[in-house]
Ligand binder design. Structure first.
Ligand code: BGC
Length: 752
């Protein structure tokens, strides 16, 4: 067996190449193609001995290089044993899994994590995810998803880091560091950057839909986070489902070859998305043999689930449609990843079954999840400082999300026990139950539409993140809730989307709070008691009515395992709502896609967004969003001084320091995200009206002032031309700083 004398992950690249080349030279064609094959496990392998199953048989023959979403650590060990001891060359398997925002301990959905504006917290969440997943056999996660999106109809914005390429790039690198760190350890795992490329820009916000745009826009708005993750050392990249310029990403030579490998120097392996190789036949660019060959030639190395490469590459070789070097190239990249993980040195390093007792769902991990959840919450409105609530009196907790556990977690939580989450009601009882009289009523179902509720609460017909639909009529549910609400001093309405109303395959054409809940909320606001809306959302939602009629709105995304505790912490002021929006919240669906970094046009709307004919906008709605990018209130107040520049001319090689003083004028300590934007006033191409170029998260005591400095240099002023040169052009630049993208103090400088 070639595995016996294998070195660990710490050997240098030369040693690795020697090892991999020698292994390759021993492999048959079938064994090589087998390495490119990533498959789900068959049922009989899960229920009986692996060696007697179809999967076991295939592993023994070397037909499988990696498995995905195997949920049992004991089975993973058995499968790995089959690969190491039963197959001719003993090449260990990769075990991939969608570990997206935690494993057993679940953190906020990635969009929520991005709202922390804190790459360190995000790195920490990824690190904990890696520790927990690796304790249970997983050595490869299909994360981070770094797709930029300006379109909240697209359900997968829940899985990304919002609309800004600069912020998302910092976050992308943080995830990679958190997952991979030092791969010689047994508690760090391989990352997979996805979905390359442009998956967040489907036409109409419809998942999987076509993407077409200028290359200049790709480079400016969409590519930076992928590149940042690659530069942070991500070991693998997942090709997207969508086509780009008419060629599906999994066979797109320009994307996989020119951009990813030649220009960015990516040296890991590329895996397709689920069944995406076969789906290219549905895209209509060839039969299975042809699309598989095209994928391989373009630089696709591994086929997830479709078996297209496995079933056809031999015939393509015989027909001269692919070359042996191309098969070797893909196989080599996968073997190198296994080598880097140290699997040849110790194929069982991720199968230490004792770690599950010490490393999983620990009090420390849960405490981090609770802290980070509060850091992700965005306070959208707080009339008359209703929040934080004083711990006393009677609080009516109302809504279908108040006493629900599975829906606290958000989308993609494969490793989590759905009932391990703390519900909002439970969290409130734990945190303030001894001081506050808590009343509860469900008030409504998720929606009036039972079929829609089933669609988002069942998985292939099996109850999943469900709501236990209440059999009472809407009128009965409502009457109970209104009676409860009348007895309280404050109403806390816990409402919004179900976990699976956002995520893959969950694009929405309407971004309102679902009908039954919204109708109930309207009635609650008419009672005459203060109303706090605790909003669960996997995307920016349309909240114009809520903003006008509800006293306080706390957007909590999907907070994860410690949801209820974090919500209680923030509602009662034990923690502050630390989040700021990373996606613009539109007023209406008709405005999307919507972004803060738009261009001026020749007929721009004015800053007040006045509705006028013959300027860019609508005749029936302003162009302004409801809540801008970067927005989020605090429990204290911050006063911003004027933005000052240390000079107004920047000579070549020089930099400018932009400074702004921020004072906490309120009575509580608080943190603030001070944001820096730049506008290029005149350039050879049109440029955005502002682009985020820096930010600092600061914490101030009451009365404290801090001067925040940003260094501006020529590198920050560069942009992509239509012919894709990345250039610096001298000229006049506006610098802006403030608490969000719509409240900024300005200065101007000249760059020579
Ligand atoms: C998703 C990927 C995911 C894969 C494996 C696909 O449907 O698009 O993001 O990693 O499934 O579960």
């Amino acid at each position: 067996m070639a595995g016996c004398s294998h070195p660990g992950a710490d050997g240098g690249d030369r040693e690795m190449d020697r090892f991999v080349d020698s292994l390759l030279s021993e492999m048959t064609l079938e064994e090589k193609i087998g390495q490119l094959n990533l498959v789900p496990v068959d049922g009989s392998a899960m229920t009986g001995p692996v060696t007697e199953s179809a999967t076991g048989d295939r592993i023994a023959k070397g037909e499988i290089g990696a498995l995905l979403n195997v949920m049992s650590p004991a089975k993973m060990l058995e499968l790995q044993q089959a690969a190491v001891t039963e197959s001719r060359l003993g090449i260990p398997l990769l075990f991939g899994m969608d570990v997206i925002h935690g494993y057993n301990t679940v953190f906020p959905i990635p969009l929520g994590l991005s709202a922390t504006w804190n790459p360190e917290s995000i790195e920490r969440s990824a690190r904990i995810s890696a520790v927990e997943a690796s304790a249970q056999g997983v050595n490869w996660t299909f994360s981070p998803m770094v797709d930029i999106s300006f379109d909240p109809r697209w359900g997968r914005v829940a899985e990304g880091s919002g609309e800004d390429p600069y912020l998302a790039s910092l976050i992308a690198a943080a995830y990679v560091r958190g997952y991979q760190g030092d791969l010689s350890r047994n508690d760090q795992i391989l990352a997979c950057v996805k979905h390359f490329a442009l998956y967040g820009a489907p036409e109409g916000g419809r998942d999987y839909n076509s993407v077409d745009m200028s290359r200049q826009r790709m480079y400016t708005d969409y590519f930076p986070p992928y590149r940042s993750a690659v530069e942070a050392g991500a070991g693998s990249v997942m090709a997207a489902f969508n086509d780009v310029e008419g060629v599906p990403a999994a066979a797109n030579e320009w994307l996989l070859g020119d951009v990813l490998r030649r220009d960015w120097g990516f040296d890991g392996f590329v895996v397709s998305d689920w069944d995406a190789v076969r789906e290219m036949t549905v895209h209509g660019i060839g039969d299975l043999q042809e699309v598989s060959a095209r994928g391989l030639r373009a630089g696709l190395d591994m086929d997830m689930a479709s078996q297209g490469l496995w079933g056809t590459l031999k015939a393509s070789l015989d027909a001269g449609e692919v070359r042996m070097e191309e098969v070797d190239r893909a196989c080599r990249r996968i073997l190198r990843a296994k080598y880097r993980l140290g699997l040849f040195g110790d194929p069982y390093k991720y199968h230490d079954t004792t770690r599950v007792w010490s490393d999983v769902f620990t009090p420390e991990h849960r405490a981090e999840a609770r802290r980070i959840a509060a850091e992700s919450f965005v306070l959208l409105k707080n009339k008359d400082r209703l929040l934080p609530l004083a711990p006393g009196g009677t609080v009516a907790v109302i809504g279908p999300l108040a006493d629900n556990k599975p829906n606290m977690l958000g989308t993609w939580t494969m490793g989590a026990d759905l009932y391990s989450a703390v519900s909002v009601l439970e969290g409130l009882r734990t945190v303030v139950g001894d001081r506050v009289e808590l009343l509860y009523a469900k008030g409504s179902n998720l929606t009036y539409d039972k079929e829609m509720e089933d669609r988002v609460t069942q998985n292939w017909g099996v109850p999943y993140k469900h709501f236990d639909r209440d059999g009472r009529s809407a009128a009965q549910l409502e009457a109970e809730a209104l009676a409860v609400a009348r007895r309280a001093d404050v109403i806390v309405a816990v409402m919004g989307e179900a976990a699976e109303l956002a995520g893959e395959g969950a694009s929405r054409a309407c971004l309102d709070i679902p009908d039954a809940q919204k109708a109930l909320l309207k009635k609650l606001t008419r009672i005459g008691k203060p109303v706090v809306l605790v909003l669960f959302a996997g995307r920016p939602m349309t909240l114009v009515w809520e903003d006008a009629n509800v006293d306080a709105i706390l957007n909590v995304w999907f907070p994860g395992t410690e949801a209820g505790l974090a919500v209680a912490d923030v509602l009662f002021g034990n923690a502050e709502p630390g989040g700021r929006l990373t996606m613009t919240f539109p007023r209406t669906v008709g405005q999307v896609p919507l972004r803060y970094s738009c261009k001026s046009t020749g007929r721009p709307a004015d800053e007040a967004g006045t509705i006028r004919a013959y300027v860019t906008g609508y005749i029936d709605e302003t162009v302004l969003p409801l809540y801008p990018f970067g927005y989020g209130l605090s429990y204290t107040d911050f006063r911003y001084g004027e933005l000052e520049l240390d000079r107004t001319q920047m000579a070549p090689g020089e930099s400018i320091t932009a400074s702004i003083r921020v004072t906490n004028t309120g009575e509580r300590p608080g943190s603030e995200v001070v944001q820096l934007y730049i506008r290029d006033r005149m350039a050879s191409v049109t440029r955005p009206v502002k682009e985020l170029k820096g930010f600092r998260k600061i914490r101030l005591e009451p009365g404290e002032t801090q001067r925040v400095d940003f260094t501006i240099d020529a590198e920050m002023l560069k942009f992509h031309t239509p012919d894709l040169r990345y250039v610096y052009e001298p000229g006049e630049f506006e610098v802006m700083a403030g608490p969000n993208s719509a409240r900024l103090s300005k200065s101007v400088f000249n760059a020579l």
